[in-house]
Design a binder for this molecule. Structure first.
Ligand code: NAD
Ligand code: ZN
Length: 344
């Protein structure tokens, strides 16, 4: 089969012919239709310090995908050929305290698809049945291909009650932009998003942001005045990983405000803890998606009219993957989706 392989310990990815994956008795073999490119894939492509210490070489990469079931192992009863599915990208240990208690998203020992084990940028992928998610028949496969980052956005956005609240999102990357639509759908009063990139701020407007602020040209204090907000934001969703953005957020929160942190800073960062303490803020770290409550929510949010489709700005055949990575490098993109059915 064709697959995008981290074949050498140097920058780049290589489209190669590799053997089809093995299917264990608990596994589901899936024919991949479409995949999303994630920031993680960019790190792996660029071969930065994190990738160098994390990614085994050679390995098929990628974890955001939709496809159809081809065959199943002998222990598998719930999945059948032809069904449209995605997979949760974290394979949990099943044995730690949290796993045993059913809190699988808090597993202490996860293995990442396309990070620690063979990924989805391929014609076929084999995953444990416990990781497979059934889509509703007729699901939009472009949207289904990005359930993984959509899930990051849902998990973060729904961490705190949003009904009637004023919400600040820092970072209008694909996940921040999706979080705008989710927060509006969940009944937030004002949704303000910040970035330094006008292309992405415009996209956030399309997804329903009340204000999309370029922090190189304005500040949150003025936005709050404009919106007649007297007490600061009730909920913050940090989705940039940028220390300056996080500090802006802390300054802009109301007393008792709640912050969900998804963005991953590249280095340890300092903040003014006086502000956290005297504003009595709650800060919650977010990783991945809840298994499988977030997946359930994604389904029903779409069913109840949430539209995240505009976040997908570019589509390429999988053989044009270099163009996909290039457009992401420019920052002039939302989600980039690759089509693997071109090899059929
Ligand atoms: P992204 O890198 O595409 O988006 C980050 C955005 O932040 C960019 O558009 C950038 O221009 C913007 N930004 C930079 N400086 C800023 C500033 N001062 N103020 C406001 N915005 C600023 O990332 P993404 O794919 O949308 O993911 C969002 C974040 O979440 C990233 O940090 C990513 O690493 C992280 N992430 C975390 C998890 C998790 O499980 N915790 C999962 C996926 C992604
Ligand atoms: Zn575990």
């Amino acid at each position: 089969m064709k697959a995008l392989v981290k074949a050498k310990a140097e920058p780049g990815l290589w489209l190669q012919d590799v053997p089809e994956p093995l299917v264990g008795i608990n596994d589901v073999l899936i024919k991949v239709h479409k995949t999303g490119i994630c920031g993680t894939d960019q790190h792996i492509y660029n071969w930065d310090a994190w990738a160098q210490k994390t990614i085994p070489v050679p390995m098929v990469v990628g974890h955001e995908f939709v496809g159809s079931v081809v065959s199943v192992g002998t222990n598998v009863n719930d999945f059948h050929p032809g069904e449209i599915v995605s997979a949760e990208g974290h394979v949990v240990c099943g044995r730690c305290r949290n796993c045993l208690a059913g809190r699988r998203h808090l597993c202490r020992d996860t293995v990442g698809i396309g990070v620690n084990r063979a990924g989805a940028f391929a014609q076929f992928i084999s995953v444990p049945m416990t990781n497979v998610w059934h889509h509703d028949p007729g699901v939009d496969e472009d949207v289904a291909s990005i359930f993984d980052p959509f899930g990051n956005a849902v998990h973060t956005a729904l961490s705190f009650d949003l009904l009637g609240e004023d919400v600040l999102i820092t970072g209008a990357g694909p996940i921040g932009v999706m979080a705008v639509a989710i927060a509006k759908h969940a009944g937030a009063r004002h949704v303000v998003i910040t970035d330094v990139n006008d292309y992405r701020l415009d996209l956030a407007k399309v997804l329903g942001a009340d204000v999309a602020l370029n922090v190189t040209r304005g500040n949150l204090a003025d936005v709050q005045k404009e919106l007649k907000m007297s007490e600061g934001f009730d909920v913050g969703l940090e989705m940039s990983g940028n220390p300056a953005a996080f500090r802006d957020m802390i300054d802009a929160m109301c007393h008792g405000g709640k912050i969900a942190m998804l963005g991953i800073p590249s280095e340890p960062m300092a903040i003014d803890w006086h502000k956290v303490i005297f504003s009595m803020l709650t800060i919650k770290g977010i990783y991945g998606r809840e298994m499988y409550e977030t997946w359930y929510k994604m389904n029903v949010l779409l069913e109840s009219g949430l539209n995240i489709r505009p976040v997908i700005t570019h589509r390429f055949g999988a053989d044009e993957f270099e163009e996909g990575f290039e457009v992401m490098r420019t920052g002039m993109s939302g989600k980039v989706v690759l089509d693997w059915t071109i090899f059929d």
